[in-house]
Design a protein around this ligand. Structure first.
Ligand code: NAD
Length: 252
């Protein structure tokens, strides 16, 4: 994979998978807009860790359509265009149906769908004209195994990721004539802050043993799949949903 001269916006890159993706893309020559929402120090730490120069940081709340538009415009202006969008930002919060009141149920569905699904859709909408200007490009969406396996404690999260999978399929068809490919990466558990509490709990071993490898994914396991999906060589895989779950959930 060679990303020399490629210009990439990675959302949620102040830590976790987003940081790993930014680092891997930069190591292969890409210039990166490191997006964050609140953790400016984390974004600066990501920036400082990137190979090469010309990278930038950009702040925006992905759940706010006005801020998403500004995020994409400013990223493209500072990088000099846009070839790759990685929709990685996301939230997971629990709202089990039998233990959640109706007001909280509303609040969580709104927040999760707005962030994980509509935020990503808006980022794609705003990025597409920039990708077209460069003769085409790539969108990679970070989804989840939960879209297929179910999320008993966070049904809105599962639904947001299933929506993301479907959106990627639809837009792959719509945007291929513009030489834009869209691939969705669906990890199982990954050792990041988002999963830390669960992995450290009494149920941690059971989670690790969901995979016959006896472990969860590393950030690099997922970042590698995202970078591969963003590469020109993956163009004809457009519309695909790639599992990165260590055979913890096999679907046909
Ligand atoms: P993380 O919590 O470290 O990263 C999520 C990032 O999204 C953070 O940088 C956060 O600031 C950003 N974000 C959240 N809400 C935002 C908002 N409103 N506006 C802008 N940015 C916002 O977790 P991670 O594990 O690195 O997750 C990255 C992606 O991978 C997420 O989409 C997540 O759903 C997905 N994923 C994670 C796991 C896992 O086990 N960790 C498994 C499957 C999928």
């Amino acid at each position: 994979m060679n990303f020399t001269g490629k210009l990439a916006l990675v959302t949620g890159a102040s830590r976790g998978i987003g940081r790993g993706v930014a680092q891997m893309l930069a190591a292969q020559g890409a210039k990166i807009a490191v997006h964050y929402v609140r953790d400016a120090d984390g974004a600066q730490a990501t920036l400082a860790s990137l190979t090469g120069d010309g990278h930038t940081t950009i702040q925006a709340d992905i759940a706010d359509s006005v801020q998403v538009k500004r995020m994409v415009m400013e990223s493209a202006a500072r990088l000099g265009g846009l070839d790759i969008l990685v929709n990685n930002a996301g939230i997971y919060t629990e709202h089990p149906i039998l233990d959640t009141d109706y007001a909280e149920w509303q609040r969580q569905w709104d927040a999760i769908i707005n962030t994980n699904l509509i935020g990503a859709a808006n980022a794609i909408f705003c990025a597409v004209p920039h990708l077209i200007q460069r003769g085409g490009g790539a969108v990679v969406n970070v989804s989840s195994r939960g879209a297929f396996r179910g999320e008993a404690l966070s049904p809105a999260y599962g639904a947001s990721k299933a929506g993301m999978n479907s959106m990627g399929q639809s837009l792959a068809v719509a945007l291929a004539p513009q030489n834009i490919h869209i691939i969705t990466v669906a990890p199982g558990w990954v050792e990041t802050d988002m999963a830390a509490e669960h992995l450290a709990s009494a149920g941690g071993d059971a989670i690790r043993n969901q995979s016959p490898f006896g472990r969860v994914a590393t950030v690099d396991d997922v970042a590698y799949a995202v970078c591969f999906a963003a590469s020109d060589g993956a163009k004809f895989m457009t519309g695909a949903v790639l599992d990165v779950n260590g055979a913890s959930y096999l679907r046909t």
